[in-house]
Design a protein around this ligand. Structure first.
Ligand SMILES: Cc1cc2nc3c(=O)[nH]c(=O)nc-3n(C[C@H](O)[C@H](O)[C@H](O)COP(=O)(O)O)c2cc1C
Ligand code: SF4
Length: 550
């Protein structure tokens, strides 16, 4: 970290963080930033300062992808090798950039290939110098459908407090504070807002449970899940980079609805530039937040930390395994306090809903569906980017009318759903509508809203192998079926394992997937087999060709 400022001493770093809430991650980052790696000496000091067993701390630190353990390691380039970046030359970049290592999807599939060097978030194109480009704004919605989260995001100056207020910001918080908690929760319930991070849990029900847990004066916590680790998802990045006050206002309204006085924004490591944007916005909003204390905590690279209980363990400085549920975070969350963990998009939806009313928001959906959903669209389509769609919009309308369809002379053969977690839909499914009932009927789900498009030049077995290898890499290893199952499926898709007889091969792949989906402890192990299931169902010819080649 070359800078003219004197390097802080160990004692100064420790004194700054030791007594703060959730101190482990910021303290580790402070040493990592100062020394460009985490030395054994630094780990010993942190363990001593926070009274953590050194062996436990070592296990936790090495679980994360991005804490470098060798001198200078923090500045070595990390190149995204997610599904879209693999089609955009990330392998060549890995060869061209000295000391580069691959990292899982870094959430810039609309403008690939992201490369992180130290705390710089750059874009790489093979054969060209790395470029510094701001997060692309969403293009104006070509369908003319009314938006909620994106309605004002393109307004110049929106990321500043003045610009945010000038475009209607903080009116929702003002209105919320004039309401009782019950009135506010009733309004949100009537809007139909459900979680946008993947599981779709009704937001009002979650907040009511937090409000009702424990005694009236017990501490409560709001956590914004900004981990956005799902490959193909980059909608939370655009919200935080261009509309940070919307997220903060949503959190402040959540605090009012539940009685919470402490909040965390848990930000993924791979958005280094976003931390400064959020911290500046929190500082600007300090007077508006009143008693609500809001802190940013930066992760260190682990997809599983997006799972809410794993995130809470990470925040608390524990090993970030998912917790057994129940109890749920609404009663036993951060430091055992009742906690609402909500996605960035969910929280950013709240201020306009409160300001404009439940009927307005509910009416944005098509047919019987309520509200909107942000979709991160990428891959083999002419206009990738973030789109805010009315829930219930036909997938074909999004792909062809809004995003311009496939490239000249190509045909869409598959799209992923929920990033990678929803597996594939095929060309025959393009008449689906973007809502959970329809997509679940097709064996998939909308989840966080990442859709990656693959045209007819792509080898779908290879795409599936890469997807499964991501899940194998990111499986936290806590439970056997997921830890082993993702590895076994990756080997089979790579053509290096499994029965010689094609029928037996298929049966075995389905059996492994079935076991994983039935007994895995969290959503990663439950969802990963959707990749192989949908591959077998949609692309039997490509699977046959793969088997014949072994
Ligand atoms: C493996 C895994 C990864 C997840 N990653 C994220 C994530 O990056 N961001 C997110 O908001 N939710 C993620 N979730 C869902 C969270 O556990 C949780 O449901 C969500 O943050 C709740 O917020 P919401 O109700 O606003 O959607 C993930 C779940 C699983 C199982
Ligand atoms: S399902 Fe996978 S990621 Fe989830 S707890 Fe088990 S091993 Fe960890």
């Amino acid at each position: 970290m070359p800078t003219d400022e004197p390097r802080p001493t160990d004692e100064e770093l420790i004194a700054r963080w030791r007594d703060q809430p959730a101190p482990l991650l910021p303290l580790l980052h402070a040493f990592h930033d100062r020394d460009e790696h985490l030395s054994d000496e630094a780990l010993r000091k942190v363990a001593h300062a926070l009274r953590l067993p050194l062996a436990d701390l070592f296990g936790t630190v090495t679980f994360y992808h991005h804490f470098a353990r060798t001198p200078g390691g923090k500045s070595a380039p990390r190149v995204c090798d997610g599904p879209v970046c693999r089609t955009r030359g990330c392998d060549r970049l890995l060869e061209e950039l000295e000391g580069a290592t691959p990292m899982p999807c870094a959430g810039r599939c609309d403008d690939p290939v992201p490369v992180i060097v130290g705390d710089r978030y750059l874009v790489g194109t093979p054969g060209e110098p790395l470029a510094e480009r701001p997060t692309p704004l969403p293009a104006p919605n070509p369908g003319g459908a009314e938006e909620c989260c994106f309605a004002e995001i393109r307004t110049p100056g929106r990321a500043t407090l003045a610009g945010y207020r000038a475009s209607g910001g903080y009116a929702g918080l003002e209105r919320a504070r004039a309401m009782s908690q019950d009135e506010l929760l009733d309004l949100l319930e009537a809007s139909g807002l459900a979680g946008r991070g993947g599981a779709g849990f009704p937001t009002a029900r979650k907040w009511r449970a937090v409000r009702d847990a424990g005694g009236p004066d017990d501490p409560r916590t709001i956590v914004c899940n900004a981990d956005e680790g799902e490959p193909g998802c980059f909608k939370d990045r655009v919200l935080m980079d261009h509309d940070p006050h919307a997220v903060i206002e949503g959190m402040a309204i959540a605090a009012h609805a539940t009685g919470a006085e402490l909040g965390f924004l848990y930000l993924r490591y791979e958005y280094p530039h976003t931390q400064a944007i959020l911290e500046r916005a929190i500082e600007e909003a300090r007077d508006l937040l009143g008693d609500f204390r809001l802190l940013v905590r930066r992760g260190a690279g682990a997809y599983i930390c997006g799972e809410e209980t794993s995130l809470l363990n990470s925040l608390e400085g524990r090993h970030p395994f998912p917790r057994n549920k129940p109890p749920y975070p609404v009663t036993h969350g951060y430091e055992q306090t009742p906690t609402a963990v909500n996605n960035v998009e969910t929280l950013a939806s709240v201020p306009p809903i409160v300001a404009r009313g439940a009927d307005w928001y509910a009416g944005l959906g098509l047919g019987e569906h309520r509200g909107t959903k942000l979709i991160s669209l990428s891959g083999d389509v002419r206009r990738p980017g973030n789109y805010e769609v009315p829930i219930g919009l036909p997938l074909r309308t999004l792909l062809e009318d809004w995003a311009g369809g496939p490239l000249e002379g190509r045909r869409i053969q598959a799209v992923t759903m929920a990033g990678l977690s929803g597996g594939f839909l095929g060309a025959r499914d393009l008449d689906a509508t973007l809502d959970e009932p329809c997509l679940r009927g097709k064996g998939s789900f909308l989840g966080a809203g990442g859709i990656m498009v693959f045209d007819d030049t792509r080898d779908m077995v290879e795409v599936a192998r890469q997807a499964m290898s991501f899940f194998a890499h990111e499986s936290c290893g806590k439970c056997f079926p997921c830890r082993i199952g993702t590895q076994r499926l990756t080997e089979r898709l790579a053509g290096v394992a499994g029965p010689a007889d094609p029928e037996a091969w298929r049966a075995e792949v389905r059996a492994i997937g079935h076991t994983m989906s039935q007994v895995s402890a969290c959503g990663l192990g439950i969802a990963a087999p959707l990749v192989t299931e949908s591959l077998l169902d949609l692309f039997p010819d490509q699977v046959d060709a793969h088997l014949a080649k072994r």
